[in-house]
Ligand binder design. Structure first.
Ligand code: ADP
Ligand code: MG
Length: 287
């Protein structure tokens, strides 16, 4: 017997200290692990190894869960779930290079260009989730959501307070830039944000607007150049081309063949490819 008393009392003290030290898993698993250790005749080191491993894994799980909540990803999309074979214009090697934390550590930005349905949001979320798993802070927002929050904050005199929420995270994902044109004030707010993050934190931007059209998108060529200048300085760019993944999947399932045929019947003519209304081929269908 140790001078410190009975095993039960000792276990009680360990539980109490574990609670104070926020070693939640140690608290929960101690008694089971003690029995397992006795049965398996573990060495002291094996016991400590098991106990600390469980505590560390539980803490990591909790960190990742909290990180995902803070990130506000709109859907669950993963890099593993991205079909690179279906999208040959996406450089798989580059995407894999963008995944590890060293990319964000240097504040490098990522820009994903392409028409709707090509997997931009999917890749932005997949890369964002990977960063959260690696312990980095990530926040996802749409451009519209971002500017709504910032414009309101500015009119309430709380811009600084709100801006900081978008400046602090290691990676800020701004999805769907350019789907709606910018008001003059909103364009300035966006510039302020980009400027504050410049060389500090990484931004990942998805957009359907080519760089040449950013002047029109922001309603100001000089401002657009200033924004692009900062975004592109340390950046990786992915241009995604091809056909909408959603349309491809539907076409494969045969839905579009029947829609094509129905359209041809409705038009009363158009047996040939050219004269048939291009229901399944039109880009505007994906709206
Ligand atoms: P975008 O943001 O470019 O408009 P999304 O990322 O929203 O496109 O993609 C549209 C849908 O198609 C999503 O459900 C996405 O998960 C899926 N998708 C797109 N490309 C791929 C791909 N290469 N592999 C798997 N799913 C894809
Ligand atoms: Mg998208």
């Amino acid at each position: 017997m140790t001078p410190e008393g009975q095993p039960d009392a000792m276990e009680g003290r360990v539980l109490e200290r574990s609670g104070r030290l926020r070693l939640t898993t140690t608290r929960e698993a101690l008694s089971t692990l003690l029995s397992e250790a006795t049965r398996g005749q573990w060495t002291y080191l094996e016991f400590v190894d098991q106990l600390t491993r469980r505590e560390a894994e539980a803490k990591q799980d909790k960190r990742v869960r909290m990180g995902m909540t803070i990130a506000h990803f709109p859907t669950v999309r993963t890099l593993e779930g991205f079909d690179f074979a279906a999208q040959p214009s996406v450089d798989e090697r580059l995407v894999r290079e963008l995944a590890p934390g060293n990319f964000v550590a240097h504040g490098t930005n990522g820009l994903l260009f392409g028409a709707p349905g090509l997997g931009k949001t999917h890749l932005a979320i997949g890369l964002g989730r990977r960063l959260v798993e690696l312990g980095h802070s990530v926040v996802f927002t749409t451009a519209t959501g971002l500017l709504t929050v910032l414009s309101r904050a500015e009119s309430e005199g709380r811009l600084e307070e709100k801006l900081i929420n978008y400046v602090k995270p290691r990676r800020l994902i701004v999805d769907e830039l350019g789907y709606l044109p910018f008001e003059r004030r909103a364009a300035h707010l966006f510039f302020q944000l980009v400027n504050r993050r410049y060389e500090r934190g990484s931004m990942m931007i998805t957009t359907n607007q080519r760089v040449n059209d950013w002047g029109t998108m922001f309603g100001d060529e000089v401002l657009a150049t200033a924004i692009l200048d900062r975004l592109l300085h340390h950046s990786e760019t992915l241009m995604i081309k091809g056909e909408s993944y959603r349309l491809r999947e539907k076409r494969k399932s045969g839905l579009f063949r029947s829609l094509d045929e129905a359209a041809a019947r409705a038009s009363g003519h158009g047996q040939s490819e050219e004269s048939r209304p291009a229901v399944g081929r039109s880009k505007t269908v994906d709206k």
